[in-house]
Design a protein around this ligand. Sequence first.
Ligand code: OOG
Ligand code: MG
Length: 263
Amino acid sequence: MSDTPQETIEALAARLDEAALNGVAVPMISIETPDLAVGDGYAIQTASMRLRFGRGERLVGMKMGLTSRAKMEQVGVHSPIYGHLTDRMQRSNGATLSHARHVHPRIEPEIAFVLDKTLRGPVTSAQAMTAVGGVAAALELIDSRYENFKFNLVDVVADNASSSKFVLGDVMRTPAEIDVSNLGMVMEVNGVPTQIGSSAAIYEHPAHSLAALANMLADRGEALHPGQIVLCGGATAAVALQPGDRVRLRVDQLGTVSVWMGA
Ligand code: OOG
Ligand code: MG
């Protein structure tokens, strides 16, 4: 652990929280405070979540990020990370989002798990899957609060892994009904297939992502709980959205999920 004072952690959390609330970019925190460790990044993330919970937001799940090669290469950070999902980040399938409320939103195709049991690491991928009640297609809207969507590992961890909004598809299958290891995923923007991939790109198997999340949380004495949603990470690079863009993701056996980026 580093010896970063708690007041520095709280001040940086407040800065990132305000940037997210206002949709206005801030400089990378690592410029001003270069000695932060990854653990400090998670402490800042946790402090920023406390600010959200204080405003009445409710935790509904967790997200993994940087679990595919394409995503790591796109942002130049090569370690999987996690973030928190709250009820106010969730939108319904087909929802309209506001471009103006975001800094520089990007969209990415994901697989979501909904847990029906407690999941506490350490676990293997197979053990992790026994806690999964449902599998769905998902879109995640990421919106780094940093200028130019540029950050290092500590910066992005502190910024709740760039998470902004997420949408689940309407089709929910049980793990017994569907093999999630290699599902085709086609993300269309304005009707044009823009990213084409497979769930196999997500940490080689989305179950591996879920287990890695449970194991990272276990290191902090935390667990996943029944009812929680887990986003396993983008299967392809994310796509920058402009006002008016319509996005539709099709996933083998999991139907479609769509959003419209309004003004
Ligand atoms: C970091 C968040 C990554 C994913 O699915 O890989 C992420 C970023 O790309 O800004 O959500
Ligand atoms: Mg993501």
